[in-house]
Design a protein around this ligand. Structure first.
Ligand SMILES: [Zn+2]
Length: 169
């Protein structure tokens, strides 16, 4: 569960800009309910509030604009309880139901920070707001997606190069 990096990226990337327009999956409580229940949440307005708050703080942390400690309050009241069954020992996450999804996101973020350092970063397209988690060996991925931002930035560079060449003549 701690390695659920999809969940981390899903929250960080839940406010994409498409053709200059923001599409916020947590824009109102109805939209948020759909998003959070799809990710194992309760779907309550209170949970939506927690997620919006966490997303804002987490974005600042990943961009290096805020210290990681701003995420600490999201884990207030959260603990892990050992459970012994026939399958052996497992750890159960204990939280208030509306705080559970946010707590899970912070735990995944902490796991990524420790195990995949310097691999979570913003897309290299300044007009894009998405983040990427680069698991490739060279760790040089720049775009959230090659199909969208990668090709767009390549086309722009090509355009600027050809324009530069034209004005130099
Ligand atoms: Zn992008």
């Amino acid at each position: 569960m701690v390695e659920d990096t999809e969940l981390l990226l899903a929250l960080l990337n839940s406010r994409p800009i498409k053709d200059g327009v923001e599409h916020d999956a947590l824009s109102d409580d109805r939209a948020a309910r759909e998003w959070s229940t799809a990710h194992g949440g309760t779907g309550t307005p209170r949970e939506a509030e927690n997620l919006r708050h966490l997303r804002a703080e987490l974005t600042r942390v990943v961009l290096g604009e805020a210290p990681a400690t701003v995420l600490a309050e999201t884990l207030d009241g959260t603990y892990q309880r050992p459970r012994l069954s026939e399958d052996g020992l497992s750890w159960e996450l204990v939280t208030e139901p509306d705080a559970r999804l946010s707590a899970r996101v912070v735990l995944v973020w902490a796991w990524v920070t420790e195990n995949l350092p310097r691999r979570l970063r913003p897309c290299g397209n300044e007009e894009c707001r998405l983040f990427l988690l680069d698991r490739s060996k060279p760790n040089k991925a720049r775009w959230c997606s090659m199909a969208t931002c990668g090709n767009r930035m390549k086309a722009r560079r090509h355009y600027e190069r050809s324009r530069g060449a034209a004005s130099a003549e």
